[in-house]
Design a protein around this ligand. Sequence first.
Ligand SMILES: NC(=O)c1ccc[n+]([C@@H]2O[C@H](COP(=O)([O-])OP(=O)(O)OC[C@H]3O[C@@H](n4cnc5c(N)ncnc54)[C@H](OP(=O)(O)O)[C@@H]3O)[C@@H](O)[C@H]2O)c1
Length: 290
Amino acid sequence: MSTPRIALVTGANQGLGRALVAGLAAGMDPQDRVLLTGRDPERVDAAAAELAGAGARIEGRVLDVRDPAAIERLASELGEVDVVFSNATARMSPDADPTDEVDAVAETSNVATSAVLRAFVPRLRPGGRLIVVASALGTLDKLDERVAARFAAAASDSLDAVDAVVTDWRRAVLEGTAEDVGYESWLNIPSKVAQVAAVRAVARERRAEDLASDRLLMALCPGLIDTDASRPWFDDMSPAQTPEQAAAWPVELVLSDSFDPAYYGELVQFGRVIPWETGVPVSHAASGSR
Ligand SMILES: NC(=O)c1ccc[n+]([C@@H]2O[C@H](COP(=O)([O-])OP(=O)(O)OC[C@H]3O[C@@H](n4cnc5c(N)ncnc54)[C@H](OP(=O)(O)O)[C@@H]3O)[C@@H](O)[C@H]2O)c1
């Protein structure tokens, strides 16, 4: 019998994360484990109970991704993993003052993504897949060129260098200088660019070794999804996918025996690599996260 596989999704008690867990469990074998993780024990238990059924065993586990030590502890406990989705996100409100939200956004999406990369990339089994859920906002063209140049340089350097730009962005927001120095006032843009930069920085160092072992490290642009996170930003949600629709392609990708090596280290949407420098147009009128 083959070794049971382990999949893990962060921020998985609702939205896209929950649908990723459901899709993974449906596509994996009964001896496999899918860890549905989230920060709130009751919400985690409720979601795990609701999704229990056919396919792999779903285990609810509390993991607050704002606690990097907890990420490392869980990775160490598991030892090796096959599939990881770094998906958790902090809620943002169109009406909020960015200074009130930047700590939660940076810690949930960026400090946590770096911690997931540090903890789980070295523990990916051959054939493993680690996907950071980013967005179409995660490309350099979405930023002022001064800041874009800093993220580009960091992505070509190291994960530590990306973390340093995130720290600088966070400080600038808190000090009220973010727009003056070129950071977008909409927190989601620097945050998503930093996630893609983090993936690129790690991928740059690991590409040859990972591709030789059929491991995929990639950022995902899932497209617009109708969730509680996106709804406040859009008047018209009619073009949005359901979470289940948005989860279908990434689940198929991570459970496939093979992948297009062009995806490695890139931001990918529905099988298409989105160019890091030029991205795809995103409507600011809608102001949502895609
Ligand atoms: N929705 C879209 O249109 C869209 C578009 C592009 C990209 N994305 C990306 O897709 C991902 C999922 O978005 P979504 O729309 O599904 O968001 P969502 O419905 O708000 O779900 C976010 C999940 O993250 C969890 N979370 C928040 N803080 C956490 C923490 N400290 N530790 C662990 N979990 C935490 C939430 O848990 P609680 O229930 O406890 O709050 C929730 O389960 C995000 O990375 C987002 O940026 C979404």
